[in-house]
Design a protein around this ligand. Structure first.
Ligand code: GRF
Length: 220
């Protein structure tokens, strides 16, 4: 069983690269139907092209409204045959009319321990708050920014002397493993969305799954 996925990315594309690497190593049962971006110069698009994955760049400025842009983008996503959409560093808010259509079939990776620090500058906000730990979350996408049900999280300690850059650098490899583990769990039918909750092996989870040191998801 292979899950057909489309990936949306606005930038560097290291999370996309992690998915591609896992697929190539035989560790992720997916097929990439499309990599799409709102930025024509996104490195993620070049990376997809290098691996023979169909790509699409759409410029939001060519559309009158957010909804028209999102409808055009997701018409392409649907046409690609994708069963799951993965937002991997996709930096645009998606119109509620579109998120409603993809409920339970779209996930996002966000660099914080949600519900803490939705939105931007998460590393800075963790440092300003003096938090002892930081992390990343993968969640099903809802109309609310970074607000849908959280599937799983990866955690790191905040150390004395940490800066935004050191936190980002230490978290990124954990993000990659977390995203791969979540896509894998969805592809294998272990995780799905139901009634606004995350179901793990068919049961609603009371708290996000946690990424263990071996890269597996375990109940909290
Ligand atoms: C990651 O930190 C991700 O959590 C956030 O944007 C960054 C994207 O990095 N949403 P990349 O483009 O996947 O390298």
């Amino acid at each position: 069983m292979t899950l057909r996925i489309a990936v949306l990315a606005s930038g560097r594309g290291s999370n996309l690269a992690a998915l591609i690497d896992a697929r190539r190593a035989g560790r992720l049962p997916v097929e990439f139907t499309l990599v799409a971006s709102d930025k024509a110069d996104a490195a993620a698009l070049r990376h997809a092209e290098a691996h023979g994955i169909p790509t699409l760049a759409l410029d939001p400025k060519s559309f009158a409204t957010r909804r028209e842009f999102d409808e055009a983008l997701f018409a392409n996503v649907a046409e690609s045959g994708a069963q799951l959409v993965v937002l991997a560093g996709y930096m645009r808010i998606i119109d509620a009319a579109v998120t409603a259509v993809w409920t339970g079939r779209m996930i996002n990776i966000h660099p914080s321990l949600l519900p803490k620090y939705r939105g931007l500058h998460t590393h800075r906000r963790v440092l300003e708050a003096g938090d002892p730990e930081h992390g990343a979350s993968v969640h099903f996408v809802s109309a609310e920014l970074d607000g849908g049900p959280v599937i799983a999280q990866a955690r790191i300690d905040v150390r004395a002397g940490d800066t935004e850059d050191t936190l980002a650098e230490r978290l990124l490899p954990r993000e990659h493993r977390l995203l791969v583990a979540c896509v894998d769990a969805i592809a294998r039918g272990v995780v799905r969305e139901g009634g606004g909750r995350v179901l793990f092996q068919g049961r609603a989870i009371p708290a996000p799954l946690q990424l263990d040191p071996t890269g597996h998801l375990t109940p909290a």
